[in-house]
Design a protein around this ligand. Structure first.
Ligand code: 17E
Ligand code: FE2
Length: 414
């Protein structure tokens, strides 16, 4: 039973404490300063920052790595992105999606991401994207936890079959029901789509993660519909509102009222600052909106907010490397969360707050008895990690060293 044991020496924890950490059979069995020497392999962490792994709470793995296929997004809008993806998805095969999804997950894992919630488009009749992501979820399960959202990109009522496709996808084993109310043809259909999402989630006992109000239109108010349904059904923290960029455009009187409802609802929020700073504000001249939800105010209100990349090289965003610190870095800028507590909060939004969004807290975190999934950053603190976005030196998944990366070394030659 000792073959999986490991002791990590000289770990700098997030709270600044220096400890040793023991791993046995994939679990954390002790965290304390200065363990005695035991006949167990050791790894000297040398005072580097030991953190729970990054959580990527919102990414579209089905479209990842397709930028330019069949063309690049010239307007930079969500709508042109949906159109391009609509063309690209005509040619999907299981292998096509699986290869790109796996490559992206490896890219993420190498940089310390061990928990992922992916969106999977369910608005093409073959459900190829969803099937592929369900297979990938299974294939990586020994080293990464993946959740799949059945996401009706073209609207639940955007085509005659879409409602049925969504239900079929949920029955096939998606973890969460998705939606896109602001993209439905009318406001009424948007409201109906939210009702349908909650109906399906209750019927199949699923989480909910809705693309909600991802538009600059200050009249797009589906967030209140989602929050009210979360209260009425008791689904609460099992519900997530993704994007909610229109919240950045609501008047303050309405935002104040809404905040009260959101607090009662206990729903989670996901902001995707890299993408929404580029997709939104496209119809503005100047001043140009930032196109992001009220991350700082939601956080101040005690609501759970996490951050996602949304895209890596796809029709909506041609950049992206899989580095969650880039995401937190952008949030700090766009949301003006530059205070020290705010910077720490943004780090938490790509780690522990992401775990809360995914509802995986039982298997997440650095505590005795939890799975030994952790990362070691070439940094001293959360602030230092965000500022420099340094190398993730070690990625340990359930006690197993999954990835190791050497930091770059500069050689001066004066
Ligand atoms: N689809 C959508 O509706 N919104 C997005 N931000 C992406 C895909 C990436
Ligand atoms: Fe998205």
């Amino acid at each position: 039973m000792v073959n999986n044991n490991l002791i990590l020496r000289n770990c700098r924890m997030i709270n600044g404490e220096m400890v040793d950490l023991a791993i046995e059979n994939g679990l954390i069995t002790a965290i304390a300063p200065n363990f005695p020497r035991l006949a167990v392999p050791e790894l000297d962490i040398k005072g580097k920052l030991v953190s729970p792994p990054f959580v990527e709470s919102h990414i579209h793995l089905d479209s990842a790595l397709t930028a330019g296929e069949p063309r690049f997004n010239e307007s930079g809008t969500l709508f042109e992105g949906i159109q391009i993806w609509g063309e690209r998805k005509q040619t999907l095969s299981l292998d096509d999606v699986k290869i790109r999804a796996l490559k992206t997950l490896q890219m993420l894992a190498a940089q310390g991401v061990l928990f992922v919630r992916t969106q999977g488009d369910v608005s093409e009749p073959s459900l190829t994207a969803l099937q592929a992501l369900l297979e990938v979820r299974e294939e990586v399960k020994d080293w990464m936890k993946v959740q799949v959202v059945a996401f009706p990109q073209d609207g639940i009522y955007g085509g005659r079959e879409n409602d049925l496709l969504l239900e079929k996808a949920v029955a096939m084993g998606a973890d969460a029901v998705g939606g896109i109310p602001h993209y439905e043809m009318t406001r009424e259909l948007g409201v109906r789509s939210v009702e349908r999402i909650f109906e399906l989630a209750q019927k199949y006992d699923k989480l909910i993660d809705i693309h909600c109000d991802e538009i600059d239109d200050e009249q797009s108010r589906f967030l209140e519909v989602v929050a009210a349904a979360a209260v009425q059904t008791g689904w609460g923290a099992k519900v997530t509102a993704s994007h909610t960029t229109a919240f950045g455009s609501y008047n303050n009187a309405y935002a104040y009222k809404l905040m009260g409802l959101l607090s009662r609802s206990h729903i989670n929020f996901i902001a995707n600052p890299l993408i929404n700073i580029t997709l939104q504000g496209r119809t503005d001249t100047y001043p140009k909106r930032r196109g992001i939800t009220r991350v700082k105010e939601l956080w101040q209100q005690g609501l759970n907010v996490s951050l996602g990349q949304d895209c890596i090289q796809d029709p909506w965003y041609s950049l992206g490397t899989g580095n969650m610190l880039d995401v937190a870095f952008m949030a700090i800028h766009v949301c003006q969360m530059t205070g020290m507590a705010e910077i720490d909060a943004c780090y938490d939004m790509v780690t522990v707050r992401g775990a809360k969004t995914l509802q995986v807290e039982a298997e997440y975190g650095l505590a005795v008895g939890k799975p030994a999934s952790l990362i070691v950053l070439d940094a001293e603190s959360r602030y230092d990690a965000i500022r420099r976005r340094p190398t993730v030196l070690y990625v340990i998944s359930r006690g197993k060293l999954l990835a190791q990366t050497e930091p770059p070394v500069t050689k001066w030659q004066p």
